[in-house]
Design a protein around this ligand. Structure first.
Ligand code: GAL
Length: 915
């Protein structure tokens, strides 16, 4: 590195303030700070209004939607998707004015959209500055208008179990005034929305600017031509969230961060950098950078592009001085156009990004500066990591030469009781608990996540499959993405990849989940081919993949993606004789068949298991099989709407964890699995649609591990000494009855004792993942297990019949939290006996209160059937546990005391400091 670089970087100053970042550059004129780019949070201070019913909303629709004959048309996840139904436009729709927003993401200039004459909606009161929105609700973003409920119960509720029984549907408006000073005049001003659910349309000062229909993508609007500088500007965003548009809870509204970006008219384009690395060894790596520059002026611009690379420390802070600098790149950008430059350098001794525990997720940041006539005009930062990802058909995935078996989970985007409103700490907590289990990979099912989630997976060293679509042309629900697929599949795919392509955690792009085009032969494969090409054009460095639950090796579709993702097909689907003659998917195990047909492609299971359970709930008898479908008498209890936690029961097309492990271990060429799902999620409560949230999670909706957590931990963390016993041992009604005891351990052998009496020492069998004592006769007292590994004591565990519930106990996940209005503390409240043991099957009503500079945001208990609205400060425990989520008030330092009380129990308090 040259001295010149040192001097230049030493004078580059970065300042951050809550909610935004200013990037300064003072290199050319020491002493004179120049703000070259501002990235300002505009999350606070919005006014929100939602129409009471879908039928009396304004007429400002994006497009007409087909009528729904049968809202329950598709319920089971693996139903065959069906053909789209045409809808006739009987009124003027705003779509022609919205489509031009997609233009930057449409490659063929002939296919780009031209904005028609006119300005629809301009006379509608909500878009006028003069409209008085004082009686609208005041909200801060991220905001999910549906999460506060109430839950809609019953079979004929408007929003059904599939979408979470919460009022997601309908039209909402968000308004906010933007103050822009005269000094901003001449700048380019953008509105960056990380995600709006859905069909967002934006007016500024009464003019329709544009919008973006797909709720999961991030998008930008150029506000510059419509702004008044030196005064207030009225922003109005209309969000229209159709019912029957998803198979899970989508959330509703401006549910992610929203930003105002101010730049000089010559600047790095939106997501305008792409950093890749190759020729990676321990000694050096070649780093390539591509920078796209926008020129929003009427004159061509001569631009110098300077990029320096810094290390990032584990707190995401730039460490020390630059470790390398690209050669200065020069380009001429025509008026109102853009230009792309490429550079590359060799970095010595790179600190590689790789997954834990053997590697470290080391990252770098590239700081790109643009100059015109020697004057700084823009500063743009790109975090990235250097890693070599290989896909080997015989082993699966290698990262920097280390074979990494994918021990993955699928995750939907909701954060349980917080809904879809993105919160970094809540997402981090999800990942922390998954990591504790030994999970090393996440599949973003089935849509792009909040950008901050990918920052977390980068920082924490998870591997990610980033996914975009659950449907293409054919539909799964009447109002899903298929309605906008023709116009938006290209722009959504391109923008998805441009946003996310610098994240080292992403190893593959999935452009479809169980799409209907699996069933349509060549026609379906053509759609896939087109999307696959788009993905490759945007990122030639990563493999593409599709998740397939129906397509077979000899069909057209699996030939398209680079990597074969199988949903449930590896274990076989509906193989039990009772499914003979069904018209649903029924298939023999498919790993070998796919390998024969595609010997050069990596195969992995994009979805496995779809096992069910309700934490702390057990039914008898227990199946002797290693996997069973769930029915009354076979793990299910349709009256309680709960499924047994013996962790042997799955959806009809799924399998228990044990069965999946066995199939993967028998097929070592399989790269690994993504379990459906890591955490329970809102909606899709198969098999009990009268409930509100899923049964599939390894971890319940509140974040409490189910027994299954320990089954995965035992298998995925073989070096971590642990042993777990199930069920609990409070069965007064089962005196003298057979009550199986199962043990999960990372050891290879275990001895079980009941009241001091050995029930035998047993070894784990080949392809067996639990040790079972299936004929234990219940008597109260103490179960104790000693686990062994290689003949040595490895771990011990005791489960006792508890005493009566006499007290509450409360613990916070962190003793201090930031008073930034965003950070959260998650408090677990447990119903305990005198000794402090959790008393199973207790569902006492608990009341929560808070003193100090904070608020209770939500409560939960992980019970899929609990219809108490999430903000409630009273909640029944579910099998001994409840959760309280607390937020500190922004800017107020102090002590928060949260107290839990319940009639007849000793109360508990917990203290959290905020700073
Ligand atoms: C799969 C589907 C997932 C989810 C799961 C539930 O078929 O891809 O989105 O629905 O089933 O078991």
């Amino acid at each position: 590195m040259t001295d010149r670089n040192n001097i230049r970087l030493a004078s580059l100053v970065f300042a951050a303030f809550i909610g935004g970042i200013f990037l300064f550059d003072s290199c050319s004129q020491p002493g004179a700070m120049v703000v070259t780019r501002e990235h300002i949070s505009i999350n606070d201070g919005w006014s929100f209004y939602k129409y009471d019913s879908e039928s009396d909303t304004d007429p400002l629709i994006y497009d007409v939607r087909p009528e729904i004959d049968n809202p329950n048309e598709i319920k089971d996840a693996d139903s065959k998707p069906t053909e789209a139904i045409a809808a006739e436009a009987k009124q003027m729709v705003l779509k022609p004015w919205i489509l031009p927003t997609a233009n930057d993401f449409i490659s063929d200039p002939g296919k780009r959209h031209i904005r028609p004459e006119g300005n629809p909606g301009s006379d509608f009161p909500f878009v006028q500055a003069s409209f008085d929105d004082n009686n609208w609700t005041k909200v801060n973003l991220p905001h999910d208008w549906a999460i506060e409920g109430p839950f809609q119960t019953g079979w004929d509720s408007e929003v059904g179990g599939g979408m979470g029984r919460l009022p997601v549907n309908g039209v909402g408006w968000y308004r906010k005034k933007l103050d822009l000073s005269t000094s901003d005049s001449g700048k380019s001003i953008y509105l960056d929305v990380d995600g709006a659910m859905s069909y967002a349309m934006v007016w500024l000062n009464g003019t329709l600017v544009g919008g973006w229909p797909y709720g999961y993508n991030s998008w930008r609007l150029d506000l510059t031509p419509y702004l008044q500088f030196g005064g207030e500007n009225q922003l109005a965003i209309r969000v229209d969230n159709p019912n029957h548009s998803a198979r899970w809870y989508p959330g509703a509204g401006l549910y992610r961060n929203v930003w105002l970006v101010k730049t000089n008219p010559v600047h790095v384009a939106q997501w305008g950098t792409f950093i890749t690395s190759d020729e990676i060894s321990g000694k050096s790596a070649t780093i390539n950078i591509q920078v796209t520059i926008d020129n929003k002026t009427q004159n061509s611009a001569e631009v110098e592009v300077v990029t320096d690379i810094f290390e990032l420390d584990e707190n995401d802070k730039k460490a020390g001085t630059a470790v390398a600098s690209f050669e200065v790149l020069e380009t001429s950008v025509s008026a109102n156009s853009n230009s792309t430059v490429n550079g590359s350098l060799v970095l010595e001794n790179p600190r590689l990004w790789g997954p834990l525990p053997k590697q470290q997720p080391n990252r770098y940041v590239a700081v790109t500066r643009l100059k015109q006539d020697g004057q700084p005009v823009d500063t743009y930062e790109t975090s990235f990591g250097i890693r070599k990802v290989e896909f080997d058909p015989n082993q699966g995935v290698l990262v920097n030469g280390e074979h990494i078996q994918l021990k993955g989970v699928n995750q939907h985007h909701d954060l349980g009781a917080l809904g879809a409103a993105f919160n970094t700490r809540a997402a981090e907590r999800q990942l922390e608990i998954l990591r504790e289990m030994g999970c090393n990979a996440i599949r973003m099912a089935h849509n792009p996540p909040a950008p901050e989630l990918l920052d977390l997976t980068d920082q924490m060293g998870f591997l990610v499959i980033d996914e975009i679509f659950d449907s293409w042309e054919r539909k799964k629900t009447p109002h899903d993405f298929h309605l906008i697929f023709p116009e938006w599949s290209e722009p959504d795919t391109r923008s998805f990849i441009r946003r996310d392509r610098n994240h080292p955690s992403i190893i593959s792009w999935s452009f479809g989940n169980e799409v209907g085009e699996q069933y349509t032969g060549e026609a379906g494969a053509e759609v896939a081919q087109r999307l696959n090409e788009i993905v490759k054009e945007e990122d030639p460095t990563r493999r593409t993949t599709l998740a397939m639950n129906f397509a077979k090796p000899d069909m057209e579709l699996p030939a398209v993606p680079d990597v074969i993702g199988l949903n449930y097909q590896g274990e076989g689907i509906r193989q039990d004789p009772e499914f003979e003659g069904t018209d649903r998917i029924r298939t023999k195990p498919q790993y070998n068949a796919f390998r024969e047909q595609f010997p050069d492609k990596v195969i992995y299971s994009s979805e496995t298991a779809s096992a069910f359970s309700s934490r702390g709930f057990y039914t008898f008898p227990v199946t002797d099989a290693i996997s069973s479908i769930a029915r009354d008498g076979r793990g299910g209890d349709s009256e309680a709407a709960h499924v047994s936690s013996y962790e042997l029961y799955a959806v009809d097309f799924g399998s228990s964890a044990d069965k999946v492990f066995g199939m993967i271990d028998r097929h070592p060429f399989v790269a690994g699995e993504f379990v459906w799902t890591g955490w329970d999620y809102l909606g899709e409560p198969t098999p009990y649609y009268q409930a509100r949230s899923s049964y599939n999670g390894i971890i319940d909706l509140a974040g409490f591990p189910k027994d299954r957590f320990y089954l995965y931990q035992a298998h995925w963390r073989p070096d971590f000494p642990m042993v777990h016993i199930l069920p609990h041992w409070n069965w007064p009604e089962r005196m003298g009855e057979v009550t199986p005891v199962h043990v999960f351990t990372s050891g290879d052998e275990a001895e079980l004792f009941l009241n001091g009496q050995s029930l035998g020492k047993k070894k784990k069998g080949e392809y067996a993942y639990r040790i079972r004592w299936d004929d234990v006769v219940y008597e109260p007292g103490e179960l104790k297990v000693i686990a062994y590994k290689d003949g040595k004591v490895w771990a011990e565990k005791v489960v006792k019949t508890t005493g009566e519930a006499i007290q509450l106990q409360a613990t916070a996940d962190r003793a201090t939290m930031a008073a930034d209005g965003e950070d959260l503390s998650f408090i677990t409240v447990q119903i305990s006996d005198e000794e402090g043991l959790l008393v199973p099957r207790t569902n006492n009503l608990i009341k929560f209160t808070l003193e100090g500079p904070g608020e209770i945001v939500a409560t939960d208990n992980g019970d899929q059937t609990d219809m108490t609205a999430f903000p409630s400060q009273e909640r029944n425990a579910f099998n001994g546990l409840a959760l309280v989520i607390v937020r500190a008030i922004a800017g107020e330092q102090g002590e928060i005391i949260v107290t839990a009380e319940s009639v007849g129990l000793k109360e508990a308090s917990v203290e959290i400091r905020t700073k």
